[in-house]
Design a protein around this ligand. Structure first.
Ligand SMILES: Nc1ncnc2c1ncn2[C@@H]1O[C@H](COP(=O)(O)OP(=O)(O)OP(=O)(O)O)[C@@H](O)[C@H]1O
Ligand SMILES: Nc1nc2c(c(=O)[nH]1)N=C(CO)CN2
Ligand SMILES: [Mg+2]
Length: 239
């Protein structure tokens, strides 16, 4: 997404959620510094090699996730694919012995499966924002092959901004940026329900989301719809 178009979305989002741009900038600076120190990042051409020209299967943590993982497993064609998971959705793929090529995360969820998947080779696209500085400090030096992103519409030496807000819609903006042939969205239900993959501490498998999560999902849907209308990569839903 053009940075000026993203700036308009971003200003609305931070106003709507009461986030401060200062926190987002500080967090981005922290991630930049860590990448400089640990040098554990990959260059953008590594992302390009994984995505360009392929069918991008993008997995979010909605109620249809497990069903769509099983459908994905049954695919039997020779089409080149890239598996991109949003944060908590990573666990559902590992449960089926599928290692995602790329994980997009702000590191705010259950890290066990992201760390495990990264050990098996997944690139982790780590997002900096004002509410995850502690998570960056705790986990970035334990990861290899990371790619840093920011939501601040401003240039950073080691961070990229392709637009997008939640981990799920940012997967889509990444696939668009790096020239996927098409995107197939799995577990990207949006709506008002969350799963244990998104919120590990809920009692039932699926529960009604809290109001902030519902609002985040609404933005995720709006951004994916924007991309569908304005992007070059076709987007469809699994099933
Ligand atoms: N019904 C849904 N419930 C949860 N995630 C969904 C749903 N539909 C789509 N998604 C996408 O799946 C992604 C992964 O979910 P997860 O809750 O692990 O991520 P998250 O963005 O870190 O959420 P949060 O910021 O609220 O912690 C979300 O970012 C969202 O874009
Ligand atoms: N400042 C801030 N930015 C975000 C946040 C958040 O909680 N705080 N959550 C996001 C994805 O869910 C994306 N961006
Ligand atoms: Mg997250």
């Amino acid at each position: 997404m053009d940075i000026f178009v993203w700036k308009k979305f971003y200003e609305k989002i931070i106003h709507d959620f009461g986030y401060g741009i200062k926190g987002d900038i500080l967090s981005s600076e922290v991630l930049e510094k860590m990448i400089e120190i640990y040098k554990n990042n990959v260059a953008s051409n590594e992302i390009s090699k994984k995505i360009a020209g392929k069918d991008a299967y993008i997995f979010g943590a909605g109620p249809s996730l497990k069903k769509h993982v099983m459908e994905f497993k049954k695919l039997n064609d020779n089409i080149e694919k890239v598996v991109i998971t949003a944060d908590g959705a990573t666990k559902a793929l590992l449960e089926e012995n599928i290692i995602p090529d790329i994980i997009v995360s702000d590191l705010d969820g259950d890290m066990e499966y992201i760390l495990k998947s990264n050990l098996f080779g997944s690139i982790v696209v780590v997002h900096a924002h004002g509410d995850n500085i502690d998570r960056l400090e705790k986990y970035v030096n334990n990861l290899k092959n990371i790619f840093g992103t920011t939501q601040v519409p401003k240039k950073f030496k080691n961070l990229s901004n392709y637009g997008g807000f939640t981990d799920g819609d940012r997967c889509c903006f990444l696939a668009e940026e790096f020239g996927a042939k098409q995107m197939i969205l799995c577990g990207m239900d949006f709506g008002i329900y969350v799963t244990k993959y998104s919120r590990p501490n809920i009692e039932k498998d699926v529960e009604i989301a809290d109001s902030i999560k519902v609002k985040k999902l609404k933005y995720a849907e709006t951004l994916v719809n924007w991309l569908k209308e304005n992007g070059k990569t076709p987007i469809r839903f699994m099933g």
